[in-house]
Design a protein. Structure first.
Length: 267
């Protein structure tokens, strides 16, 4: 059975764990390494069991500790070449990933990492590059889509395949429009290379989900422009309008911004 834990999901830092009985991977390490170690101790997870790290994109809240982790645990870091280049340019990553631990992925190409079959796919965002991940293990699959300015046809195909889905519900449009952010930042958030809002997240789920979908976790909620219950109610309402009842037909959860969520057992 596959285990899933979120160690943080939002602009303060993102990090997700998937584990089989014999193998563990992380997706993004934008949380502090000291906090990650403590959280893992609390969950009884040994970071020495992590054999692979996947990176979605090169913004600091997803990569802040990736070099420090790679150096300390001698673990390869997998990302597209453009994301690796972005990591090397990012001043927030004080320790860089050693050259011998740089692993490359290419969008649309499936690779095997231990127990995990991993397929990266393009996600539009204003970073050097950005990918979602479709991961198969233990007879099930897991799809992660974060920092998505729009929903592409390719993304829709992976949502349709997913048994377990993590998807961005970053903001409420009215909260952004009426909030204190400068206009250039509002424009960035609302653009096609910014972040996905609650309504579009709900539509992306309901228009593309299959009967195989068991779990949905809403991720990367904005502290200033969203609220967990608002995101939940917006998505629940959209699902209900199409006859899908959250908690009955599919499990719907919110990933916490700065503290762990889980663990969840995925079958």
């Amino acid at each position: 059975m596959l285990k899933f834990i979120s160690f943080g999901s939002g602009s303060s830092g993102n990090c997700y764990l998937l584990a089989t009985k014999t193998d563990t991977l992380l997706i993004d390490i934008g949380v502090g390494l000291r906090g990650l170690k403590k959280a893992c101790r609390d969950y009884g997870v040994s970071l020495s069991s992590v054999h692979h790290v996947l990176i979605t994109h090169d913004h600091a809240d997803h990569i802040k500790s990736v070099g420090a982790f790679s150096n300390e645990y001698n673990v390869p870091i997998y990302a597209t070449q453009e994301v690796h280049d972005g990591i090397n340019r990012n001043y927030c990553v004080v320790k860089k990933v050693p050259a011998e631990l740089v692993g490359l992925v290419k969008k649309g190409e499936t690779i095997q990492l231990g127990d995990f079959t991993v397929t990266p796919f393009a996600v539009p965002h204003d970073s050097a590059d950005n990918v979602g991940y479709f991961i198969e293990a233990e007879g099930t699959n897991f799809c992660l889509i974060t920092d998505a300015g729009a929903v592409t046809d390719e993304m829709k195909t992976y949502i349709n395949k997913a048994h377990h889905l993590v998807i961005e519900a970053n903001h409420d449009i009215e909260m952004v429009q009426n909030g204190p952010y400068p206009q250039f930042l509002k424009d960035r958030i609302l653009s096609g290379t910014g972040h996905m809002n609650n309504h579009d997240c709900g539509i992306a789920i309901i228009e593309n989900m299959s009967e195989q979908l068991k779990n949905v976790w809403l991720c990367h909620l904005s502290e200033e422009n969203n609220h967990p219950e608002l995101a939940r109610k917006t998505v629940e309402s959209i699902l209900r309008d199409y006859g899908v009842i959250a908690g009955v037909d599919v499990r719907l959860e919110i990933l916490k911004r700065t503290t762990p969520t889980g663990p969840f057992e995925l079958d």
